[in-house]
Design a protein around this ligand. Structure first.
Ligand SMILES: O=C(O)CC[C@@H](O)C(=O)O
Ligand SMILES: [Zn+2]
Length: 464
């Protein structure tokens, strides 16, 4: 732990008692996310239980010139919730209750520390559905999802976290409590600050309560995994299925991603080895939908766009097929992956992937490039694995070159350097590839309004 001024520590201990932690184990546990690039070095970990305590923490931070880092499930991939410079971690683990359910509005009000899966299960108990879903749903918290505007595997049909938040209570960097939009569906009263806070990565204030809209439960979800000969064909298959069916997901992954996930213990869907695989999902509302899907499948095979395929026949098979996609990230984690989370509009995807692939392959032919992602919404995860013999430092240095080249291509294609993981510290130096100097200046001015003393997650998104 980095030492905290005596007076500040005394003040915080008075407020939180044993919920102000200064031991090494807590620092290591709460000071990081999944990026593991920066070593955790917070000066304390705070576990508030009420909005009032959060407000008082912010007031103390302003008074003593301290910096606060919000911490949810710590599953982030851009170092947005890392405390590497003596900050105070404010962890929302103790604010984890479902507060209210509103059957007519089909909405639920939750504290920020509610885990995504807990919210999904709660919705199910009410006969409803919370559709934002991703592999880390078992540990990510709703507050973190809001701070990063989390996306995931169902965006093609249901959108991002932003689309499901109808109300927010936030504590600003000045310690004020704001109630934003109050669960309303229609509200035409000027600036909607709710949307400023969603995706702001904790730089404007803390989310202390959220009202979340729920959907009807999907019926008879069915997945198809298809083997495809090339990337152009992935796009043709997407187009063919989307013309006939309302898809709930369209994911893709390369043969290399498939090899890692199979080595990780997931079962092979069929024998044919293919350069690319697509996983698509739809609601099989009637026999007719299944027939329609089969007809598109057959047409794709005739055209030579699909080499092999399998369709789930039960919920258990549906889950099994999803494992092929959802477990890629964990299966490559031991290879020190250098991660990218980039997007372009769907029409530009094949050209863009080819350009990025070429630039990396030409410079570093011994690097293993693993492509996968949410291709139905133009979001690709580019992971490059460290060759075993190459020291970590050399690998990261080379990856810095890769970042520059990749982001130049992103800029050329009018894409985003971060589609869904956020900017945090990992993408901060590259923000200018996606946002104009004028936009960044406005962002800084907005931060100044809500957080004039720069106490809220400083050094994330941009430096002042
Ligand atoms: O590990 C990654 O690069 C992506 C993680 C996650 O966003 C996913 O889509 O699986
Ligand atoms: Zn993803």
């Amino acid at each position: 732990m980095t030492a905290l001024a005596h007076a500040a520590l005394e003040h915080l201990t008075e407020l939180l008692g044993a919920r102000c932690l200064t031991d090494q184990d807590s620092a290591q546990r709460y000071g990081v996310d999944w990026t593991k690039v920066w070593a955790p070095a917070p000066s304390a970990v705070l576990l508030p239980e009420t909005i009032d305590e959060v407000q008082q923490i912010v007031e103390i931070a302003n008074e003593h010139g301290l910096h606060l880092v919000p911490s949810g499930g710590r599953t982030g991939l851009s170092a947005g919730a890392v405390a590497a410079s003596g900050e105070l971690v404010v962890a929302f683990d103790r604010m984890n209750k479902v507060l209210d359910f509103n059957a007519y509005d089909r909405s639920v009000t939750v504290q920020p520390g509610v885990i995504t899966q807990q919210l999904q299960e709660y919705a199910e108990q009410q006969g409803l559905f919370y559709p934002v879903d991703f592999a880390s749903a078992g540990s990510s918290q709703i507050g973190g999802n809001i701070n990063t505007n989390a996306g995931g595997i169902k965006v093609i049909r249901y959108g991002m976290t932003r689309d499901w938040i109808t109300g927010l209570k936030v504590v600003t960097g000045k310690g004020e409590l704001l109630e934003l939009n109050k669960g309303l569906i229609k509200n035409a009263t000027g600036y909607d600050f709710r949307h400023l806070f969603i995706g702001s990565e904790g730089t404007l204030g803390f989310v202390v309560e959220a009202t979340v809209k729920l959907a009807r439960q999907p019926r008879n979800l069915t997945a198809l995994v298809l083997g495809v000969p090339g990337f152009q064909e992935v796009m043709k298959v997407l187009h063919a299925f989307q013309s006939e069916l309302d898809l709930t997901a369209f994911e893709f992954f390369s043969d290399k991603a498939m090899a890692h996930v199979l080595a990780h213990g997931v079962s092979r869907p069929f024998d044919t080895d293919c350069p690319f695989y697509c996983l698509l999902e739809f609601e099989q509302v009637s026999e007719q939908t299944a027939d329609q899907a089969m007809a598109v499948f057959e047409r794709c095979v005739e055209q030579g766009w699909v080499l092999d395929g399998v369709m789930s026949q039960s919920l258990q098979q549906l889950d099994q097929l999803w494992q092929l996609r959802e477990r890629i990230s964990e299966s490559i984690a031991p290879h020190t992956p250098y991660k990218n989370d980039i997007s372009v509009t769907i029409d530009k995807v094949p050209e863009f992937v080819e350009a990025v692939d070429k630039v990396v392959q030409d410079a570093y032919p011994d690097f293993e490039i693993v492509w996968f992602g949410h291709i139905g919404d133009g979001n690709m995860h580019l992971n490059i694995l460290k060759p075993e013999a190459l020291p970590k430092e050399d690998f990261f240095e080379k990856c810095n070159n890769v970042s520059k080249w990749v982001f130049e291509i992103v800029q050329r294609y009018n894409g985003s350097i971060s589609a869904e993981h956020g900017v945090g510290m990992t993408k901060k130096p590259y923000l200018g590839y996606s946002r104009s100097p004028e936009e960044i200046a406005y962002m800084k001015a907005v931060k100044q309004v809500f957080d004039p003393n720069n106490v809220m997650n400083p050094g994330k998104l941009f430096d002042l």
